[in-house]
Design a protein around this ligand. Structure first.
Ligand code: ADP
Ligand code: TRP
Length: 326
């Protein structure tokens, strides 16, 4: 039976990199296409940190464009903006009344910010309740997330149990987290995990010049062109291995292992660059087309929001009934 899946992404302005693509977004696409799935741009969540209207609007739009580029503009997966859903704040208000303060104090997201002695605003603290509303309001049963979000899903289940117990009716379902265990962590240009925080990433939508610069900066040892090289410890080879066919990978492996054929790291990097350009070109073209036709993106977001508003409205009717508000 198909599941109702939802996930949210914060428009915080960081560009999607190859690690995100391979470790999170393509696995999500795979699951989403087999189920009844929705992805939203979590702009209400982003205002905890993004305080400029133009920046937030631009980042939200860019994120939507990137998702449509990867999922396809005609995908059945509903992509929408969180702030287009009218009753999310109301649902959040209602479920906050069955959320214990002691539960909230345990949230890592809040504790991390607190430990850094940041002057936390109320929404950093309340974040998990908004996230719970995002999920349970549409009756979703599965939520693909990164490991860092598992605790938020546990809190969501606590809130669901508390609500259903208080009102003696199974209004909400307890959602499960789907955590993709990718085979390996994609290495970045310095060999550590590819991550925006290490600035060692290759962006999915980088222009050609930037991508070339990034690929050429991949760290290798200093063996000469004609020396035998170890493919299994090489950062360039590790990326070729992920993005190319097994036969072609084997071909390159042999080149690493054969001396005196004039194949050095510079050549391997050119091969990788070529592979990446080809692998990503469809996504890039899709993005460029959508940027030229922003009204198509807005229309799809609008249709996504109509459907999700409908689903939330149905659930809110049940909620209002048991709670006693209008
Ligand atoms: P970053 O480390 O750049 O801050 P995020 O923590 O925002 O990345 O990652 C979002 C998701 O992308 C994670 O849940 C994880 O599944 C995936 N991801 C990020 N980096 C990698 C990587 N190097 N290899 C595989 N998956 C990754
Ligand atoms: N908290 C998630 C993150 O930081 C984003 C998010 C908000 C979310 N609401 C959600 C994810 C609901 C899944 C379901 O990545």
């Amino acid at each position: 039976m198909s599941k109702k899946i939802i996930t949210g992404v914060k428009p915080t302005g960081s560009s999607m990199h190859l690690g995100n693509l391979m470790g999170a977004i393509l696995p999500l696409k795979n699951v989403a296409e087999k189920n009844d799935a929705a992805i939203f741009i979590a702009d209400l969540h982003a205002i905890t940190s993004v305080k400029n209207a133009d920046t937030l609007r631009d980042q939200s739009f860019e994120l939507a464009v990137e998702y449509f580029s990867i999922f396809g503009i005609d995908s059945d997966v509903k992509i929408f903006r969180q702030s287009d859903i009218h009753d999310i704040p109301k649902l959040m208000w209602i479920i906050a009344n069955v959320t214990p303060y002691s539960l909230m104090l345990r949230a890592h997201s809040f504790k991390d910010a607190d430990a850094k002695e940041l002057d936390i605003n109320m929404w950093v603290f309340n974040y998990p309740i908004l996230m719970a509303a995002d999920i349970i309001g549409y009756g979703c049963d599965a939520v693909p997330v990164g490991k860092d979000q598992i605790q938020h899903l546990e809190m969501t289940r606590d809130i669901v149990r508390s609500f259903n117990k208080t009102y003696k009716k199974e209004i909400f379902i307890e959602p499960e987290a789907i955590v993709t265990e990718w085979l390996a962590t994609l290495p970045g240009t310095d060999g550590r995990k590819m991550s925006k925080s290490y600035d060692n990433f290759i962006g999915v939508f980088d222009d050609e010049k930037t991508m070339k610069k990034r690929v050429m900066s991949i760290v290798t040892d200093s063996l000469w062109v004609d020396e035998i090289k170890d493919p299994d410890t090489c950062n360039v080879f590790a990326l070729i291995n992920v993005f190319w066919t097994p036969d072609e990978v084997e071909n390159i492996r042999q080149k690493y292992l054969t001396p005196n054929i004039g194949f050095g790291y510079g050549h391997a990097k050119s091969v990788l660059l070529d592979i990446l350009q080809r692998y990503l070109s469809g996504y890039r073209k899709a993005r460029e087309n959508l940027l030229k036709n922003p009204e198509i993106v807005e229309e799809k977001l609008r249709l996504g929001a109509i459907e999700m508003n409908k689903r939330l409205d149905a659930k809110m009717q049940e909620v209002r009934e048991v709670v006693g508000v209008n």
